[in-house]
Design a protein around this ligand. Structure first.
Ligand SMILES: Cc1cc2nc3c(=O)[nH]c(=O)nc-3n(C[C@H](O)[C@H](O)[C@H](O)COP(=O)(O)OP(=O)(O)OC[C@H]3O[C@@H](n4cnc5c(N)ncnc54)[C@H](O)[C@@H]3O)c2cc1C
Length: 477
């Protein structure tokens, strides 16, 4: 993958820039030692690495504003970073950038259970939001599998989803407001703790903008009352396609579980070895979770059992207790890590209409066979958000490129099926040159004009999201 050539004028001024940054935020908040910087050279798309010019770890919105103002004046690119769990290279630095890490901004600022919101700093982890409100009987719904590590600022930037988003929606459906710093250092507040704010819905533009428009320093999030009870059920099938057809039928019947997750045989084996969750022996497995009162749970399970029966399941088993339920979810949420212990892989993130699940799963296995590579599937099936994991050997020359070519073909298949290039992991560097598969030149130009408004010099998170040639031409020195 091509990265932009670093600006030699910036590289030659490193000492002076670091000195000025230290004066703004203090020595303890700036890392310029080449060995220490290496911790920030990549995110979870580890195939690509590039140490930044230096790292700044501010603790306040004012410090973020001061750093951005300086970088704007000096025309130095800035890459915002939460916890670095992006799977699309969204937080990959360039050699001439200041990497702005938000991890030290991790306080809970306000909890309001009457108006049902929580206001937090951007570096707080996703899981810590729920932890902060669970004693009061509430939770924060979007739950990426990386929720122990990933930060709310990163979730906002990527419009992150998770297993339980089928019923409650993704980040954009649970985000009420942000405080954000523009590239020139201006601080803006968008939305807020009431249900609707006046003016244009700029919050919806910012959510999912992948750090292109501003640096989020605070977020106001909707919290929901916890259901009385919840129960996952395991439904095992003899093929991927049959499991896919069952998902479509559950949704078609108007049943709305909290989650419908899919795993195929290679993923079931990896997760079972990791979590001893008691997954059945089968080709494809659905984890379907329903919630409510005991009567509501029984009613939904009865309906789901009768729909599943039409697809001749190998097994249908509801979790017997909270411990078994926790192990079922531990296995699913550890899928990427468990797979990574066995094999190198490229994790894709295409979204398709749920009605196309069966056909696209069959298409993926044909493409994989033709490419001579193995693909494992684990994904949020209820909302059609697929995560084919392309297994390859990173030590074998040419294998990564081969895996990337297969990945591009699978994403083209998703778009052709009426879906899109990304459900929740973002475009980042990984899919920027595939944008033309989904968008016309006019569409891309319109999106770039939005960036022009927020960041006229194209300094924020360079070389991401837009095709490299197009964004390089836009950069104003
Ligand atoms: C094992 C594993 C499982 C995962 N499971 C899921 C899943 O189920 N659902 C899902 O949606 N994702 C998942 N992800 C992907 C990833 O966790 C999400 O994209 C997450 O939101 C990234 O958060 P982060 O704090 O790590 O952001 P980073 O990786 O640090 O950054 C991600 C992007 O956000 C930008 N950014 C970060 N902070 C800010 C800020 N404060 N202001 C502006 N821009 C900012 C960065 O520039 C970058 O473009 C998974 C990743 C891993 C490794």
């Amino acid at each position: 993958m091509e990265m932009p050539r670093p600006d030699d004028r910036i590289l030659s001024r490193k000492v002076d820039l670091v000195d000025r940054l230290v004066r703004l935020v203090g020595r303890g908040a700036v890392i310029d030692d080449p060995a220490a910087i290496r911790a920030y050279e990549c995110d979870a798309l580890t195939a690509y690495r590039c140490p930044p010019l230096c790292v700044v770890l501010p603790e306040t919105t004012e410090a973020v504003a001061a750093v951005l103002h300086l970088c704007h004046e000096e025309r130095v690119p800035v890459v915002p970073r939460g916890s670095g769990t992006s799977l699309s290279g969204g937080a990959l630095p360039t050699a001439d950038c200041v990497l702005l890490g938000l991890a030290r901004m991790n306080r809970v600022l306000e909890i309001d259970t009457v108006n049902r919101f929580v206001r937090v700093e951007a570096g707080l982890t996703n899981l810590a939001v729920t932890r902060a409100v669970e004693e009061a009987g509430f939770f924060y719904a979007p739950d990426p599998s990386s929720q122990l590590a990933c930060a709310i600022g990163g979730n906002v930037a990527m419009n992150s989803g998770g297993a339980h988003c089928l019923k409650y929606g993704v980040t954009t459906n649970n985000l009420m407001g942000v405080r954000m710093v523009l590239m020139d250092g201006t601080v803006v507040d968008l939305g807020g703790p009431v249900f609707d704010a006046g003016g244009l819905d700029l919050l919806a533009v910012v959510c999912g903008s992948e750090g292109q428009l501003g640096v989020v320093t605070e977020a106001t999030l909707r919290i929901l009352p916890r259901a009385e009870d919840a129960r996952p059920v395991l439904i095992a099938f003899s093929s991927n396609e049959v499991a896919g057809a069952c998902v479509s039928d559950i949704i078609r019947a108007g049943v709305l579980p909290v989650a419908i997750e899919f795993m195929d045989r290679p993923c079931i084996a990896a997760c079972e070895a990791f979590a001893q969750a008691g997954y059945p022996e089968c080709e494809a497995l659905l984890i379907v979770e329903v919630e409510g009162s005991p009567a509501e749970i029984d009613d939904q399970l009865t309906r789901i059992r009768s729909i599943a029966a039409r697809h001749d399941p190998v097994e249908f088993r509801a979790a017997r207790d909270a411990d078994e339920a926790a192990r079922i979810w531990l296995g699913r949420k550890s899928a990427f890590g468990a797979m990574g212990q066995i094999n190198d892989y490229l994790c894709l993130d295409g979204t398709i209409p749920v009605s196309e699940l069966s056909a696209v799963l069959a298409g993926i296995s044909t493409l994989a066979k033709d490419a001579g590579l193995q693909v494992a599937n684990v994904f949020h099936a209820g909302d059609g958000n697929m995560h084919p994991l392309i297994l390859y050997d990173a030590n074998s020359p040419g294998e990564l490129e081969k895996a990337e070519r297969l990945g591009a073909d699978i994403l083209r298949l998703c778009v052709a099926a009426g879906g899109c290039l990304t459900g929740e992991h973002g475009v980042g560097v990984e899919k920027r040159d595939l944008m033309e598969v989904q968008f016309s030149a006019e569409d891309i130009e319109a999106q770039m004009r939005v960036k022009d408004v927020f960041d006229p010099h194209w300094l924020l998170n360079p070389a991401k999201v837009f095709p490299l040639g197009a964004s390089r031409a836009r950069r104003i020195a």
